[in-house]
Design a protein around this ligand. Structure first.
Ligand code: HEM
Length: 205
């Protein structure tokens, strides 16, 4: 049976993203795995940070959340270093030509802001805790000495940076998730699928 070009386009339109995304180059697998594991960790870290600073929590729950937050937070610094390395080693796939320039610019700005905050947040958290003279159980157990001096002024500055950085991070995450859902559900242009862990689209390079 001969399928005309018009018919082929109609079939693709009906199938939506599942047909069109096969033509969009995707992120490499390491970048996709890192993206989703870090996404889960950042959401857990943000949730824990917001809950543990609430008044009226039981001591036990607060302590558990603090221990989780501090120790997973320093572990994230390692993951972020790997992520930045992977990002510089492999250029991301080019944006599809269908993406308007202003949306591409906002996406670049948001991605840069997220990377910057994912470095700033754990560093500020570390400085806030160590300059304040508090423990980070995993590092202390490994005998890792503090990299910053004990200083209330430094701890307060880092605390403010961590607080406002956290608010900005939440804003950028909402923008990022909103845009991802917009592409996945409404536009169906393959942009979401190129970061999906199990996508079978071809790598960008
Ligand atoms: C990606 C990593 C991190 C994220 C997204 C994050 C996020 C947050 C958020 C949203 C809060 C609540 C802020 C507030 O409303 O007061 C918070 C609080 C806090 N975070 Fe983090 N955090 C991260 C890493 C760390 C690390 C590595 C440490 C320490 C080793 C840390 C230590 C703290 C502490 C002690 C608080 C309580 C507020 C304070 O006394 O400064 N955080 N964090």
């Amino acid at each position: 049976m001969i399928v005309t070009k018009v018919e082929r386009l109609s079939i693709m339109a009906i199938l939506g993203s599942s047909a069109s995304h096969h033509t969009v180059p995707c992120y490499r697998l390491p970048a996709r795995v890192l993206h989703w594991s870090m996404a889960i960790l950042v959401l857990l870290m943000t949730g824990a940070g917001l809950v543990m600073t609430q008044e009226g929590l039981s001591r036990e729950l607060q302590n558990t959340l603090f221990i989780f937050h501090k120790n997973v937070g320093v572990l994230m610094l390692l993951l972020i270093a790997v992520r930045v390395g992977v990002r510089f080693a492999h250029r991301p796939p080019p944006e599809p030509e269908t993406l308007p320039l202003w949306q591409a610019r906002i996406a670049s700005f948001t991605h840069f802001g997220l990377y910057a905050l994912l470095v700033i947040m754990p560093l500020a958290g570390y400085i806030r805790v160590k300059a304040g003279g508090f423990p980070i159980e995993s590092l202390d157990a490994l005998g890792v000495a503090s990299l910053v001096p004990r200083s209330d002024a430094l701890a307060e500055t880092a605390k403010a940076l961590h607080f406002y950085g956290g608010r900005l991070l939440i804003l950028l995450m909402l923008m990022h998730i909103g845009a991802a859902l917009f592409h996945a559900v409404i536009k169906r242009d393959g942009i979401f699928q190129r970061m999906w862990p199990t996508s079978a689209t071809r790598p960008s390079q």
